[in-house]
Design a protein around this ligand. Sequence first.
Ligand SMILES: C[S@@+](CC[C@H](N)C(=O)[O-])C[C@H]1O[C@@H](n2cnc3c(N)ncnc32)[C@H](O)[C@@H]1O
Length: 193
Amino acid sequence: MADSLRFFLRFLHSPRAVGALFPSSAALARRMVEDVDFAPGRLLVEYGPGTGAFTAQIASRLVPGMHYLGIERDPEFTRLLRQRYPQLKFHCGSVEDLPKVLAEHGLPRPDHIISGIPFASIPTAVARRILENTRATLRPGGTFATFQYCHAYPLPNARALRQNMAELFGTRMHRSPCWRNIPPTFILRWNAP
Ligand SMILES: C[S@@+](CC[C@H](N)C(=O)[O-])C[C@H]1O[C@@H](n2cnc3c(N)ncnc32)[C@H](O)[C@@H]1O
């Protein structure tokens, strides 16, 4: 089954958790990973890999000795990811439990977190908890990247995410547009203090 159809069916099943009608484009995926230091000893955690739009880019750049963990709450997506990328590690569960999940897999604090989870449709308190755990867990100087659809950028939930990030990570946010995605997006990046 094509990823777009698979994704759309999961969206119908859990619209708020999946949060998008289609997977991200390869162009957005390339941009999302451009600040990652693909080097031995680094740990990259991906939030909500879905059908693996960003994972494909990551898998093609990962070097021996670098670690990756994808955390995906949807069991069908997790099954697909494990089949497609047997060389990578996936945890089926919620990023709300990040510290516990890392401990369970014997992994240290991540150097990079790339997030595909739909903060705009997640309850505000849950989003705040996820961001607090992200802040507490990411290595100082580590990077957090996410994206927001351009049309939804001014909406209250999107603004709340940026406000939470400003409180937890500081106001130095790097924003760049990616037009080659449906819908077009802004890529947002912060460095952990
Ligand atoms: C908008 S899709 C993005 C998928 C993929 N990263 C992409 O860009 O095509 C959001 C994904 O996040 C997952 N997700 C949502 N909430 C999550 C959570 N709390 N923990 C882990 N995964 C979550 C959903 O199951 C879905 O696969």
